[in-house]
Design a protein around this ligand. Structure first.
Ligand code: P6P
Length: 332
């Protein structure tokens, strides 16, 4: 059996299929791959190194920053800056977007929105965490400074998006709008290899993922949908399995492979929910749609939402089209 393709070989192979693809995007994804290898190593040593636990600082979200958040933020920032094709990044760990010095060629045509480590509160208890990234073309003229509106683009114009899950194995899953492919990291070789080509949600509804601890705060439609998921109806495969790790990338990835819907609704105590539009929901919505599913905020396609702020939150529902259509019946 021939050796599976590495991530870079795959991108170069695909690049030949799409003449409009340029080496810059290949370079950019290579930078993300490099930084994720460093994060993989630190996570796997976390129990041994003094990077467990909080750094004592808080981020823009007012959340206590785990030391790995800071390490990952620096690694992705430096890797993206070094490649010269990214002019600015927005990070969950940074209050404002960060513009990189224009390289001499002024060819920095991409901007990146990233959550360097999502679910960091799970680090100390050995639950999988993830990196989520979203790539756009900048809109402003390259001879000017980057402006906020370069980041406030609808998710439907993303050039590429993906995530890295640091779990029982480390995987990078991404899309450029031509399907979803997953690559597993082989630490003995130090490279990512194509392990999950052309990922699609399974047809059969299987899992629902939501923090039911907040049921008292959910709208009636959500509560009725949860009752529907738990009803016994063998003709339609219900009750569905309840699975919720409390780490977005882990919950989303399991549902993508096994056929499940992820729900983080707006609620009485947090009308826009908790998840961030730019660097959590838009990239995962791109992946969900490319894998044959849907993603909405309950009444609008996530990728059509008009962003207003860098760190804005949004209710988020993502899953196979059939499960999303079932949910929609309860939200009308
Ligand atoms: P809750 C982690 O903090 C996170 O942002 C996501 O990774 C996760 O899905 C969600 O919050 C969990 O939130 O309110 O259920 O604890």
């Amino acid at each position: 059996m021939s050796e599976p393709m590495t991530l870079i070989e795959f991108i170069l192979h695909k690049q030949n299929e799409f003449p409009e693809a340029t080496g810059d995007l290949t370079n950019l994804l290579g930078a993300i791959q490099l930084a994720s290898k460093h994060v993989h190593r630190q996570i796997n040593r976390a129990g041994l190194l003094d990077i467990l636990g909080a750094s004592g600082e808080t981020n823009i979200q007012g959340e206590e920053q785990q030391k790995l958040d800071l390490f990952a933020n620096e690694r992705f920032k430096n890797a993206l800056k070094a490649r010269g094709h990214v002019c600015a990044i927005a990070s969950e760990e940074e209050e404002h977007f960060i513009e990189f010095e224009q390289n001499e060629k002024g060819t920095s045509k991409y901007i990146v929105a990233i959550d360097p480590i999502d679910g960091s509160s799970n680090i100390d208890v050995n639950v999988p965490v993830g990196t989520i990234f979203s790539i756009y073309r900048r809109l402003s003229c390259t001879s000017e400074s980057v402006v906020l509106s370069d980041f406030l683009q609808r998710g439907r114009v993303q050039v590429a998006a993906g995530y890295v899950i640091y779990g029982t194995s480390t995987m990078l899953v991404y899309t450029t709008g031509y399907g979803v492919n997953g690559f597993t990291f082989d630490a003995t070789v130090g490279d990512f290899f194509l392990s999950h080509p052309n990922i699609h949600y399974p047809e059969k509804p299987n899992i629902f993922s939501i923090n039911e601890g907040y049921t008292a705060y959910f709208d009636q439609g959500i509560r009725q949908y949860l009752d529907f998921c738990k009803e016994e109806n063998s003709d339609y495969g219900r009750p569905y399995k309840a699975r919720y790790v409390g780490s977005l990338v882990a919950d989303f990835h399991r549902n993508l492979l096994q056929g499940g819907i992820y729900l983080y609704p707006g609620m009485r105590t947090a009308t826009d929910g908790k998840l961030r539009l730019l660097y959590e929901c838009n990239p995962l919505a791109f992946i969900a749609e490319q894998a044959g599913g849907k993603a909405t905020n309950g009444h609008q396609r996530t990728l059509d939402v008009d962003p207003r702020q860098l760190h804005q939150r949004t209710p988020f529902f993502a899953g196979p089209s059939n499960m999303m259509e079932q949910l929609q019946e309860f939200l009308r």
